[in-house]
Ligand binder design. Structure first.
Ligand code: SF4
Ligand code: SF4
Length: 175
């Protein structure tokens, strides 16, 4: 998976009209090449409460230490590195072209209600907002970006970009 948050210098404001984004819940951002899903101490505590485990158990089972920080573990899955909490389940949906219900594999986050800040604020990360080229590159596998959807003003984008803790109405929420 590719979810590495980096500290970058101030962005150039190329999105003065805001940006549209509506998550399709495809799960692409939870897999891919190797990467990191950083999780804070308070988020580990919330995760432990959610899973009804101790903090030590959560750290051992689901986390790894990387350069003094803690990231969720990954699972190698058919050439990709899945977040340890990405789950594949069989599902059906209506296919307009076929004119019938079709089966497909749905990918869900097993800890959606307590997912880390990094997951909650995607795609409005500092490094993604640096330029149109960075945005295009970062969101190339994210069908929720670059199409009409929920509109985010510059202020909303910056509130998410700089959020110190879970925002009230994150972009990946379904509301
Ligand atoms: S915690 Fe959930 S939303 Fe975040 S990367 Fe893992 S599966 Fe995806
Ligand atoms: S944020 Fe983008 S890539 Fe991730 S699940 Fe939503 S639409 Fe898919």
């Amino acid at each position: 998976m590719k979810l590495d948050v980096l500290n970058q210098p101030n962005d150039k404001l190329w999105y003065t009209d805001g940006l549209d984004f509506t998550c399709t819940q495809c799960g692409n951002c939870c897999t891919g090449g190797p990467g990191f899903v950083w999780i804070s101490e308070v988020e580990i505590q919330r995760l432990a409460e959610h899973l009804q485990l101790s903090v030590e158990q959560v750290l051992k089972k689901y986390c790894r230490r990387v350069s003094g920080r803690i990231s969720l573990k990954e699972r190698f899955n058919q050439g990709n590195y899945d977040c340890v909490f990405l789950k594949e389940i069989p599902a059906t949906r209506y296919d307009e072209r076929a004119g019938r219900q079709v089966q497909y594999t749905k990918r869900i986050c097993e800890i959606y209600n307590v997912r880390p800040l990094q997951c909650r604020t995607w795609p409005f990360w500092k490094e993604n907002l640096q330029s149109p080229a960075e945005w295009k590159h970062a969101t190339r596998n994210c069908p929720g970006s670059n199409r009409p959807g929920r509109h985010f003003s510059v202020k909303q984008i910056h509130d998410l970009r700089d959020a110190p803790d879970w925002p009230e109405n994150p972009p990946s929420s379904e509301t």
